[in-house]
Design a protein around this ligand. Structure first.
Ligand SMILES: Nc1ncnc2c1ncn2[C@@H]1O[C@H](COP(=O)(O)OP(=O)(O)OP(=O)(O)O)[C@@H](O)[C@H]1O
Length: 305
């Protein structure tokens, strides 16, 4: 297996703030790896360390089999990246920004700039100053710059930020195409689980600087909790009835009874019978799967609102 990214016990402190703690991960060639975490989780700090923009406090990282050191020239000709502010020169036009990016990569042709502008739907903005672009188009420009020189590895911080739903789908398809049809490896960060679950081969969940879990989309699906939602004309009584049978329950804000016990989830028919026998015929009885955001919040130890 070729690992395009490897980190070993990587850490970064800013004074007393531990931004990234003991992070060890590997990203295989051709894989889309999504780094998922809430604001302040440590995603950007990790990405900036991988790109040698900041120096780790602890540990080491290698990118395209080159150990990362500050000021080192390799392996950046094969890496495309977009971090935080996606355009470097707000006073210059979209085309001029891409021209500058092209000159940084000697093997990139002028025709490639034109093709990239078309590919990212930036034709009508080509002569616009980058600083006047909407957030979505600025993000497109950032991605265009990152991909201009056909890199082997893309490192993208929140690539869907500021994009409308159609833009998010576009970026998703573009990245999937790059990874699956052109063998490009992608490491991206996001705070939106639903966005990455449709695209990433693997997801690393980071919280308060720690990598909590790494899993693929199938495992994520399997880990999502199922629960039975029950409404009767007396929800309080229904909850007491289930609790008296050893089936733990919870309540939703609308007072519906929630039961995640396997007996509730796997045999809702028996629960219905029990309720009917107690004079509490269910008005609503449905097994629901925890949504992705709830799963994420459960994992990071917060209660979904
Ligand atoms: N230059 C800095 N100086 C001090 N603290 C910093 C610095 N950069 C980041 N931090 C802190 O490190 C922690 C991780 O920040 P980071 O930007 O990596 O998180 P993130 O997951 O990318 O979040 P966001 O999506 O908000 O950018 C936060 O507590 C942040 O305040």
């Amino acid at each position: 297996m070729n690992w395009n990214i490897e980190t070993h016990h990587l850490g970064k402190n800013f004074g007393k703030v531990i931004a990234v703690n003991d992070l060890s991960l590997k990203v295989a060639e051709g894989e889309i790896y999504a780094f998922l975490g809430l604001n302040g989780a440590g995603k950007t700090t990790t990405i900036r360390m991988l790109l040698a923009m900041i120096k780790p406090t602890n540990g080491s990282a290698s990118v395209l089999e080159t150990e990362i050191r500050m000021g080192c020239r390799r392996p950046w000709s094969d890496v495309g990246y977009s971090v935080e502010i996606p355009y470097a020169y707000p006073e210059l036009t979209v085309q001029e920004n891409l021209e500058i990016a092209r000159r940084l990569h000697p093997h990139t042709s002028k025709a490639q700039v034109k093709r990239t502008i078309e590919k990212f739907g930036l034709e009508e903005y080509a002569q616009r100053r980058a600083g006047t672009l909407s957030q979505g188009n600025a993000q497109r420009l950032g991605l265009a710059k990152a991909m201009l020189h056909n890199p082997k590895l893309l490192i993208l911080d929140e690539p869907a930020n500021g994009l409308d739903p159609a833009g998010i789908v576009e970026v998703r398809e573009l990245l999937l195409d790059m990874a699956h049809n052109h063998g490009v490896t992608v490491l991206m960060s996001s705070h939106i689980l639903a966005e990455v679950s449709r695209m990433a081969d693997r997801i690393g969940i980071i919280h308060k600087g720690n990598l909590l879990q790494e899993l693929n989309a199938a495992a994520l699906e399997a880990n999502r909790q199922k629960r039975l939602i029950i409404r009767t004309h007396d929800n309080e009584k229904a909850a007491v009835l289930l609790e008296s049978s050893g089936l733990w329950t919870d309540r939703l804000p609308d007072s519906s009874v929630v039961c995640a016990h396997p007996e509730c989830v796997n045999r809702p028919d028996q629960i219905a019978e029990k309720l009917v026998q107690a004079g509490l015929p269910p008005l609503h009885l449905a097994v629901e799967e925890e949504n992705l955001e709830e799963y994420f919040l459960r994992l990071v130890g917060m209660k979904a609102q």
